[in-house]
Every structure is written in C-alpha cells, then in structure tokens.
Design a protein around this ligand. Structure first.
Ligand SMILES: O=C(O)CCC(=O)C(=O)O
Ligand SMILES: [Fe+2]
Length: 344
C-alpha cells in the first residue's frame, strides 16, 4: 500500500511542552553536549564524546550549518573534479527506468517522493526480519544509550558497526544499495551519490519536552542530503510520531534560519500550517525526502506508542567534511560504481 502524504495540522503531543529553540553556535562544553548531534557528519560525530571535538572541527561544523557550506562545497567539487567526473560517467551503472525518473522528478520539484512500490520485495522482507530481531534488543540498548542525547529514540545498529564501520554485506547496507534506490537517487543528482550512513531507530514517547529532531530543522550532513526512510511499524496517525515536513517550495520560502531547530510557534510565524505534510502509512511504507532542503521533524509519539524506522542517508559527493572516516568496509566484491557509492 502506498504512503499517504497528507496536509496535517501539527499539534504537539499532549504531554510535551515545546522547548526553546536552540541557537547553533555557542560553545560552552556543557551547552555543546546538549546540542543536536543527531546528524553531524561521520568525521566529527564522536559518538558519545562530542565535547572532545577539536575547536577547529567545531567551528567547521557550525559553519557548515550556514549558507557558507555552499561555498565550501563548490571548492570541494573543484578539488575533487576528477572524482565528480567519474561519478557522472558511471551514473549509467544504475537503472534509470521511467518510474525512477518520475520519482527523481518529484524529489526535485517537491523535495519528497513515495518509494514503496519500486523497492525489491525480497530486500524489504529481509530488512523487516532483521529489524524485528533488533527491536527485541531495544530495551537493553536503551539502557546503554540513556546517557546520550536523543532519549526519545534508541539506535539499534551501533553494534553492527564495530569501530564505526558497517560491512558492505550487512542487510541494512544492502537494502540501501538496491538498484531502485540507487537508480532514483542517481537520476536526481545526475551522478553517483555517496551513502554516508544507515540507521535503525526505535522512537518512544519522551516524558519531558520536544528535543532535537522532534523540533523543526533541516539536516546539515551536507548541502545536498537525501534520506530514504522505511517504516517498520504502522504509522497510522499523529500519535505514532510520523515523519512530518514542509515540501521543498514552501521550505525554500522560509529560507535560512539562524536557529537550527525551531518550535512550532517559531516555524508557523514564517510559514502557514497548511504547508505541513505528514507521512503516514502501514509498516513497510518507504519514501525519500531531501532533508537538507525540506524543514522536517518527527518522533513526537503519544504515550503507549512506538515507531521503528530505517534511514539511509545519501549526499552528493564529495563531502563538505574532508577526511571523512569511511563508514563502510568492503566485504566481497563490488563494481566500481558501488565502491564510489560506499566510499570504499
Ligand atoms: O524522527 C523523525 O521522524 C525525524 C528524523 C529526522 O529528522 C531525520 O532523520 O533527519
Ligand atoms: Fe532530520
């Protein structure tokens, strides 16, 4: 069944009181620890030790959350012109069927598209089975992760990436590397993308206030970040914490915001509530969103609800963060195009 993406009056969950929006660049150590480290790039996402980030890296990280990132990106594209040309040349490696071209066109125009009907059913089945096994361990993993910043969700794949690296034959990686996904993303970018991460998150209600990606934000993984999401539990209504967003054209009109995370009040002083879209759908609903462009939030779950969601993050290469630690380790063989996508 296809996802239904509907206009949605956004309401905060009953128990949640909005937090003050966060100002990005202030740097006391304590404040830094509190800040959203949900989406910083691999090189400087120090997983549990963000306070140890060097001053230079921290400054770089903050600059990349401003329009200056476009200038850095342009410099990186020139520096790595050879790789960029190779990514363009090899774009034919992945299928560009009419259906994929249509999805890519939707992404370009609107910033999102439904992917449910084009994914390989056997890979979706494997993803669902592997995710169900992971979720059995959620309680134990939650205990370990209560000290980290995002108390409203548990990351279930940390154990699959010892030393910070997934092997390329991991089912969560193979899912992202399927021809349909790479086909759509490659057509959209006009070149091979770089897969920077895969994530399985188990979101639960949080007792206190809305935090981090529960507030409205764009992702700053890179200037062009595109995420593929798969719901692994039903997300039928607002109580299930749907991924909620403002499509591309309306987000463009909001423009750059100094604060990286906005409360509903702040957002709706800049854009009408009628622009809001919610992704709702049964388990195995899949969609893509250009999260560097579209303002978005999610995981606002009502008591008694939980949401399991898979995320694959793609960027246009090269990264605005030079010296990115490889996220993947090649196991078995791969084509030249697949190696470029994996960065191995
Ligand atoms: O939990 C959600 O639905 C939002 C997640 C999010 O902001 C992201 O993956 O970039
Ligand atoms: Fe996000």
């Amino acid at each position: 069944m296809l996802a239904s993406c509907r206009p949605a009056p956004v309401r905060a969950p009953r128990r949640a009181k909005p937090a003050p929006a966060r100002q990005a660049p202030q740097c006391s150590k304590a404040a830094h620890r509190q800040r959203d480290l949900g989406h910083p790039p691999r090189t400087i996402d120090l997983h549990g030790a963000p306070a140890a980030m060097s001053t230079l890296r921290r400054v770089w990280w903050h600059l990349n959350r401003t329009p200056a990132a476009y200038a850095f990106k342009a410099v990186q594209r020139v520096r790595y012109a050879h790789e960029v040309a190779q990514r363009r040349r090899l774009r034919e490696s992945f299928p560009a069927e009419a259906a994929y071209r249509q999805k890519a066109a939707d992404l370009k125009a609107l910033g999102y598209t439904d992917l449910t009907d084009i994914l390989a059913p056997e890979l979706t089945r494997s993803l669902a089975e592997a995710s169900a096994r992971k979720v059995e361990r959620a309680a134990a993993l939650a205990d370990v992760q209560t000290l980290t910043h995002k108390s409203f969700w548990v990351r279930l794949l940390d154990e699959d990436a010892p030393g910070g690296q997934f092997s390329s034959d991991n089912v969560f990686v193979r899912f992202a590397m399927q021809p349909a996904i790479l086909g759509v993303v490659t057509v959209r970018l006009g070149e091979l993308p770089r897969l920077t991460d895969v994530l399985l998150t188990y979101s639960r209600p949080n007792a206190v206030e809305l935090r981090y990606s529960q507030l409205w934000h764009r992702d700053y993984d890179d200037v062009h970040t595109l995420k593929v999401f798969v719901y692994l539990t039903d997300v039928a209504d607002i109580d299930d914490g749907p991924f909620t967003f403002i499509p591309g054209p309306a987000s463009d009109r909001v423009g750059f915001t100094v604060r990286s995370h906005l409360t509903d009040g702040k957002l709706f002083s800049r854009v009408g509530r009628d622009a809001v879209r919610e992704m709702r759908g049964p388990r195995l609903t899949a969609f893509a969103c250009e999260t560097s462009r579209c303002l978005h939030m999610g995981s606002r779950l009502a008591p008694g609800h939980a949401r399991l969601m898979y995320t694959a993050t793609f960027i246009s290469a090269p990264s605005v963060y030079p010296g990115v630690m490889p996220r993947f380790r090649l196991v078995g063989s791969a084509t030249a195009a697949e190696r470029l996508v994996l960065g191995v």
